[in-house]
Design a protein around this ligand. Structure first.
Ligand SMILES: [Fe+2]
Length: 281
């Protein structure tokens, strides 16, 4: 056991040096990077993500902009009126793992955020005081943040941080096709989670929940787009385009922010940003 501890420790130290907040940056070519939120009330969003969920405000390089950092996900805010919340769009919600769900739910409730666990869970879950428990399953809760952004918490007492990135939860009429698409183009590992088609990347599970009707595209809504951090983004964009995927915005270097970006919309209407360099923040 002792022989294992030292390499593990040095790995941890190394990954903290390589990557400021996206701790999994060295674990794969494609990792999760950021949630991008539209809001007219920046302060309300900051209160939710920072005081409510435990994110940390951080300067964005020398740009003068700020972002909110969690282990393995950054939250970026743009001042723009969202057309709707997350429910009813392709990305129904985003999920975090947390070490202490009771403490989180109590704090979020005290801050005035609605816990929507009961209304969002099937009857097979028992829900008590905003916390849902599946028989022999995980303990979860849903909170509705400002601009009707739905966030899931999943308790996992074994994780290294109080809260960390866990999953993107799509709603779709074509879960198996979406999984195949993200496996093919993003290199996600084929799998399933809670009985739904899923793909696994180093720091995010991509879960595709069934929906009877086709949800709306994300662009312009409260969660405008999701973001993946890519190693060698230029080559990645070239590969996508060679496979016939049209980019809404081709590879662009943003010198002021020290990053490169590109955008595309997946075939079901998820607006996606690709970045290279957010892992240095
Ligand atoms: Fe979920």
């Amino acid at each position: 056991m002792k022989r294992l501890l030292i390499p593990l420790l040095s790995l941890l130290l190394l990954s903290n040096t390589v990557s400021a907040q996206l701790y999994s940056a060295d674990k794969g070519r494609v990792i999760y990077g950021h949630h991008h939120v539209n809001t007219t009330d920046i302060a309300a969003q900051q209160r939710f993500w920072i005081e409510g969920l435990g994110g940390k405000i951080a300067p964005w390089g020398s740009s003068g902009r700020e972002l909110i950092a969690f282990p393995d996900v950054l939250v970026l805010l743009t001042e723009s009126e969202p057309t709707m919340g997350t429910r009813g769009t392709m990305v129904n919600h985003v999920g975090f793992e947390t070490q202490d769900i009771v403490a989180d739910v109590n704090r979020l409730k005290a801050m005035g955020y609605p816990m929507i666990t009961r209304e969002e869970l099937p009857d097979t879950y028992e829900v008590v005081d905003g916390i849902g428990k599946r028989v022999a399953g995980n303990t979860i809760a849903y909170v509705l943040g400002p601009d009707d952004i739905k966030v899931e918490l999943i308790e996992n007492r074994q994780i290294d941080y109080p809260i960390q990135m866990h999953h993107i939860h799509w709603a779709t009429t074509e879960g198996e096709a979406m999984r195949a698409w993200y496996v093919e183009h993003f290199g996600a590992e084929f799998g399933s989670r809670i009985g739904q088609p899923a793909g696994q990347l180093p720091n995010v599970n991509l879960t595709f929940a069934p929906s009877e009707t086709q949800p709306l595209p994300t662009k312009g809504t409260a969660l405008d787009h999701i973001g993946f951090e890519i190693e060698n983004l230029k080559a990645f964009c070239d590969e996508l385009e060679a496979k016939g995927i049209k980019l809404d915005r081709g590879y662009t270097e943003i010198a002021a922010l020290g990053i490169a970006i590109a955008f595309f919309t997946d075939p079901w209407g998820t607006y996606v940003e690709l970045t290279e360099g957010l892992d240095k923040i």
